[in-house]
Design a protein around this ligand. Structure first.
Ligand SMILES: *[C@@H]1O[C@H](CO)[C@@H](O)[C@H](O)[C@H]1NC(C)=O
Ligand SMILES: *[C@@H]1O[C@H](CO)[C@@H](O)[C@H](O)[C@H]1NC(C)=O
Length: 390
């Protein structure tokens, strides 16, 4: 399906119009996801948004099942009585662990116009594990979200960004902006969301509200750190040619594919995925300049280890959650299907380990030497500002 930019805006209007019309027409209200524990029953409630003059017969078509054997036991049909909007409940049994997607069919001509009504069922080993995994999700979300602050604080305290790689900063900022574009569009733009469901009728939108929040927050903090680099002492540091080349290529790539997309040769959803590829590429290379800078200076001063420790613990918890969820859902695709996310997590954590080795083992001695150099006026401004505050 090809779509040009000029069609996008009318399409968006059309979509919102349709939604308005649906308000006037009758809609079927169903839960999006039903969570069940294995061997337990759950009552699922469906209702009409307005009464109809006829009985409505509803049947379920299983369009996706993660296992070959039955995962849930559903009634064959459900009848919504005429002239009533009272919700109707039916029992569903979780027979085995896994995921099922059902599409709903009705025999009513009033409802047939609305395709793609679906209910997803997720049967897990244990609800307690679901809760633990949910809590772990918040823990790593917060570790990652606050991992930016120690660096900002250290820069402010030293009134200096000497030792913080500008290449890392520039790459990281680009990565977060690119990921932000991807997240915001997939989460907020109805046209893009519809395209996602059209291509993955049994899939789940990969972007959640906290992903959107994380991206915006990270971009703001990174921009603030960039501003710090403009106003604080920075020595001879600047963005290197290779890094600048990479950034320019990334944005040129985004621009060229944008033109191709506007020309109708590429789907908007595919275009957005290119932004997530930029983020992936950035994640692989972004720490290399910082490792090299530390190595050159034989010191990690200026590069905040708190940031590394928080990033590392976030990574551990995210890995733990992936394992827990995979077991609880019997869905190892979370790890092996999403190998990029898994691999990227491992790459980031390996770099964190390199930084810890640099900070606590390799250069911890020269750290003291550095303090000595400070006393001898090598970084006189840093020295006076630190001591002036005392
Ligand atoms: C749909 O099925 C119900 C129950 O069998 C029946 O009462 C109703 O008349 C049917 N509606 C249509 C439009 O066939
Ligand atoms: C059920 O879904 C499958 C695959 O999406 C489709 O081919 C089939 O026609 C559907 N069956 C009914 C009864 O709607």
């Amino acid at each position: 399906m090809k779509q040009s930019m000029f069609l996008l805006v009318p399409m968006l209007c059309l979509l919102s119009n349709l939604q308005l019309q649906c308000g006037a027409v009758v809609r079927l209200l169903v839960p999006e996801v039903v969570h069940l524990e294995v061997d337990s029953f759950e009552d699922v409630t469906i209702a009409l948004s307005a009464p109809l003059q006829e009985n409505v017969l509803i049947t379920f078509n299983v369009t996706y099942s993660s296992q070959e054997f039955p995962i849930i036991e559903l009634p064959d049909l459900v009848i919504l009585p005429c002239n009533s909007v009272t919700p109707v409940s039916f029992p569903v049994k979780g027979a085995d662990v896994g995921q099922v997607t059902t599409h709903l069919r009705t025999n009513s001509s009033h409802l047939n116009r609305i395709s793609h009504i679906r209910i997803r069922y997720m049967v897990v080993h244990s609800n307690v594990l679901t809760i633990i995994s949910y809590i772990i999700g918040w823990i790593y979300f917060f570790s990652w979200a606050i991992s930016f602050y120690p660096q900002v604080y250290a820069n402010w305290k030293r009134k200096s960004v000497v030792g913080l790689s500008f290449d890392f900063l520039a790459l990281n900022l680009t990565g977060h902006i690119a990921y932000g574009v991807f997240n915001i569009c997939l989460f907020c733009v109805p046209y893009i969301k519809a395209q996602y469901i059209e291509i993955h009728p049994n899939g789940v939108n990969p972007v959640e509200a906290n992903d959107v929040f994380f991206s915006i927050h990270a971009t703001l903090i990174m921009s603030f750190t960039t501003w710090q680099c403009c106003v604080y002492e920075r020595g001879m540091q600047r963005v290197s040619l290779p890094a600048a080349g990479m950034l320019i290529s990334a944005w040129l790539f985004a621009l060229i594919t944008l033109i191709v997309t506007i020309a109708g040769q590429l789907m908007w959803l595919q275009y957005l995925y290119y932004f997530s590829y930029i983020k992936l590429a950035v994640t692989v290379v972004k720490y290399i300049p910082q490792v090299y800078l530390n190595y050159q200076r034989k010191s990690t001063s200026g590069w905040c280890i708190g940031n590394v420790l928080l990033d590392f613990s976030g990574g551990i918890f995210s890995l733990l959650q992936m394992l827990l969820q995979s077991y609880n859902n019997e869905e190892w695709m979370l790890i092996f299907g999403d190998i990029t996310k898994f691999g990227l997590g491992l790459i980031s954590m390996s770099f964190d380990i390199v930084f810890m080795v640099q900070h606590y083992c390799l250069y911890s001695e020269s750290q003291k030497l550095n303090d000595y150099k400070l006393l001898n006026g090598e970084y006189s401004k840093e020295y006076t500002s630190q001591n002036g505050a005392k």
